[in-house]
Design a protein around this ligand. Structure first.
Ligand code: FAD
Length: 381
């Protein structure tokens, strides 16, 4: 499995997937055939999570190839990302509480042998150890493996979900505050309260094509209990007025300026903001940081002929920039945290139109959100 850090590679991957494999997606998507056989899924998440290709582009291309009915499952999956993002935007305290809990739990578990064995892939569960190594080597796991992994972590190894979510964020190329935190909460049974995801031996055997044997799991666990309730914020996500000749900041989750809703606007300078480990609350693996840096350099290279002033800066440089700045909204997560923790009041946000429109439907569950998918498509695709 290979994730080249470039937009052209991502677009090629998308086109290839649509041409050859999309037709079988809903039938085969749940199978994890191992890292060398991934054509049944798109493997686009490292690129979509960085905004190198957009949900709009993916859905557009898939609908040019097949009807909505034939594509429905794939389109739903692509829109999960917008749903999870919107869900967290409406309840940002879920993220800040997660970080607070993580700090305390980390301290308590730093010498815990059970935890240290898990992150080293030295448990007595072969498939789990194999996924640990796969995650570290390829910086990616199949969706079903993420669900099994998280379930085993929480219910068989008895470890806190917060530490597992941190471990994923450290190694995944697509590590994303919303999809990851809410994915782990969902498996634990705190996202949909009382409903946990339970991995079972037969399910793992079937969907890994019998690659693993002797999988002894706790198949009858009770969900994790978290009695906190989160009120929905009434945020309108309104754009700041644009004036020509301002500077624009682009953070890691919306790297493609050309795919943004603001590419016809004139900006004085465009700054791509790199956020390294000194300024992150969750430290990530050097390979993942390199991936992010290379994607930024690739964007700068792609825009070279457009007579724009482009530069990569470190997020710490923002403290010294006193002028008013516009920024493509970085979403709830580490970048937004840096802006608020450092009280950088001179930064105003520009939201994507598709997010502004869709996030209002994220107040309830995904089943409710699904009803609005045709409307979202009609409006944006
Ligand atoms: C515990 C757990 C943690 C996860 N952490 C992350 C994470 O940090 N970052 C991340 O991007 N995804 C995360 N996911 C969601 C999902 O596993 C990945 O997006 C998916 O496996 C990516 O592979 P793909 O591109 O081949 O997906 P495909 O099946 O080909 O789907 C196409 C696209 O749809 C989107 N998508 C599909 N499934 C989901 C989903 N469940 N949630 C959100 N978007 C989805 C992705 O953008 C993906 O690229 C997590 C899931 C779980 C259960």
């Amino acid at each position: 499995m290979n994730f080249e850090p470039s937009q052209s590679f991502a677009v090629e991957k998308l086109n290839d997937f649509i041409e050859k494999n999309l037709i079988e997606y809903s039938k085969l998507r749940n199978f994890d055939y191992g890292p060398n056989q991934r054509t049944n899924i798109s493997c686009l998440s490292p690129y979509v999570s960085h905004g190198v290709i957009s949900e709009k582009e993916i859905i557009n291309k898939s609908l040019k190839k097949y009807s909505f009915i034939k594509n429905e499952k794939f389109i739903q999956e692509v829109l999960w990302r917008i749903y999870w993002k919107g869900w967290l935007e409406l309840r940002p305290n879920v993220w800040s509480d997660y970080l607070e809990d993580l700090k305390k739990i980390k301290e308590n578990f730093k010498d815990n042998q059970n935890y240290l064995n898990a992150i080293d892939g030295r448990t007595n569960i072969e498939c789990f150890n194999c996924w640990v190594n796969e995650l570290k080597e390829h910086n990616y796991l199949h969706n079903h493996a993420r669900m099994w992994f998280a379930s085993i972590w929480i219910f068989t190894l008895g470890l806190p979900w917060q530490l597992g979510a941190e471990f994923f964020m450290k190694y995944l190329f697509d590590g994303d505050s919303a999809s990851n935190t809410l994915g782990w909460r969902w498996v634990a049974g705190v996202q949909t309260k009382g409903k946990n995801y339970v991995a079972s031996e037969w399910n793992i055997k079937k969907f890994t094509n019998n690659r693993f044997n002797n999988i002894k799991l706790n198949e009858n666990p009770i969900p994790v209990i978290d009695n906190r309730n989160y009120l929905i914020l009434n945020n309108s996500f309104t754009n700041t007025n644009l004036s020509n000749s301002q500077d624009l900041l682009i953070f890691e989750n919306s790297l493609s300026f050309e795919q943004s809703d603001f590419s016809d606007q004139l900006f004085k300078n465009i700054y791509f903001v790199f956020n390294g480990n000194e300024t992150r609350q969750i430290k990530i693996d050097q390979k993942v940081l390199n991936f992010k840096k290379s994607l930024i350099n690739d964007q700068i290279e792609n825009l070279k002929n457009k007579s724009l002033n482009l530069k990569m800066i470190n997020i710490k440089d923002l403290k010294n920039m006193k002028e008013n700045l516009l920024a493509l909204y970085p979403s709830v997560g580490e970048n937004l945290d840096y802006i608020s923790l450092n009280k950088l009041k001179n930064i105003s946000f520009l939201y994507r139109k598709i997010d502004q429109y869709s996030w209002k439907y994220c107040n309830k569950g995904f089943f409710n959100f699904k009803n609005y998918i045709p409307k979202i498509i009609q409006e944006f695709i």
